[in-house]
Design a protein around this ligand. Structure first.
Ligand SMILES: NC(=O)c1ccc[n+]([C@@H]2O[C@H](COP(=O)([O-])OP(=O)(O)OC[C@H]3O[C@@H](n4cnc5c(N)ncnc54)[C@H](OP(=O)(O)O)[C@@H]3O)[C@@H](O)[C@H]2O)c1
Length: 304
């Protein structure tokens, strides 16, 4: 049994996904390791060039298509450089379906700059038509790296609401994205987190969260008998908030540790409060190119 999150279109998604960014070999071999370890959700994208390896990993793991939740994302690719018409988008999506060998469970707009300037609302309508005409039968629609302004533009016209917004999310961006998370709540859009491990794997010192995460990890390990590290606590923080975490690893040992978090309880109120308080004092982002234009970062130190 894995944790799942209910989406606003009535479907459910496993709360932990394994991202197959990082090359075909990783997507195939480590993807199969992740599936065998019990992770039931693979996050891919056109731009990763690893869509074909999703089914490759499923086959290598001896599993069936229906055992796995599959996400992909549309992007401007060399063979469809501009997604400026319904036909461009149809061609792009059909290429994804052919690479994947199936209709994904979830299709995301990779970022708000994929449609032409000023065409976001119209673009969303084209995606809806692909669901309605059966090209994307049964597929949920979502967005990624959307700022409040982008989400509001889509919500003004959406007949099919985005089910998730996939963004960099961890305690060190909490203050910055607070208005966006409020909008997610208002529209029942799930926060799908990537780069969730930035505080433990990217921050130069680990910052004020380091001792807190280490202590909680040690306590959870003792209590559950499952080896939990600081990165695992960050994934539990996302899932305890009702979010979906998209993480990754090419190490079999670390993948098994991620999967084993299913046997560990959610964080309690005191643990969440302590992480929120320390995380909210710092602003540190792994991916500066996303969510920063016209959405100012808070005036907070990156460490103290
Ligand atoms: N929508 C978007 O724009 C967007 C952007 C970026 C990423 N993503 C998605 O999110 C996925 C994850 O992205 P990310 O790499 O930024 O996520 P992340 O979960 O923050 O970091 C994963 C990295 O942390 C390391 N790691 C994993 N578990 C660890 C542990 N217990 N201790 C120490 N290190 C650990 C892994 O290295 P090892 O391989 O060495 O274990 C891997 O390089 C991607 O594959 C992709 O699917 C989406």
């Amino acid at each position: 049994m894995v944790r799942t999150v209910k989406l606003n279109d009535g479907t459910s998604v496993p709360a932990m996904g394994w991202g197959n960014m990082g090359g075909k070999e990783k997507a195939l071999n480590s993807g199969a390791v992740a599936l065998r370890a019990g992770i039931k959700h693979i996050d891919s994208a056109q731009i990763y060039r690893t869509e074909a390896e999703v089914m490759g990993a499923i086959n290598a793991a001896g599993m069936k298509r229906e055992d796995v939740y599959i996400t992909t994302k549309v992007f401007n690719m060399p063979n469809t450089p501009k997604l400026h018409s319904q036909q461009d988008l149809r061609t792009s999506v059909k290429r994804s379906l052919s690479e994947l060998g199936c209709i994904p469970n979830l299709l995301l707009v990779h970022n708000p700059h994929i449609p032409a300037e000023g065409q976001l609302a119209e673009f969303w309508g084209w995606l809806e038509e692909l669901v309605e005409d059966g090209t994307l039968k049964g597929c949920s629609l979502g967005v990624s790296n959307f700022r409040p302004v982008d989400l509001e533009e889509v919500m003004r016209v959406a007949k099919i609401k985005p089910v998730v917004n996939q963004i960099e999310y961890h305690p060190y961006v909490m203050t910055h994205v607070a208005p966006l998370i409020a909008l997610h709540k208002q529209h029942n859009i799930i926060t799908q987190a990537y780069a969730s491990l930035a505080p433990t794997t990217r921050h130069p010192t680990g910052g004020p969260l380091k001792p807190i995460l280490e202590r909680i990890a040690a306590e959870l390990t003792k209590e559950s008998g499952v080896e939990v590290d600081s990165s695992g606590v960050l994934l539990l923080w996302i899932m305890t908030r009702g979010g979906v975490c998209i993480t990754s690893s090419s190490s079999e040992e670390r993948i098994k540790k991620m999967a084993a978090l299913e046997k560990v309880r959610d964080l309690n109120e005191a643990e969440m409060g302590e992480i929120d308080a320390a995380g909210g004092k710092v602003h540190f982002r792994q991916w500066d190119e996303h969510l920063t234009t016209d959405f100012p970062s808070p005036d907070l130190p990156s460490d103290f």
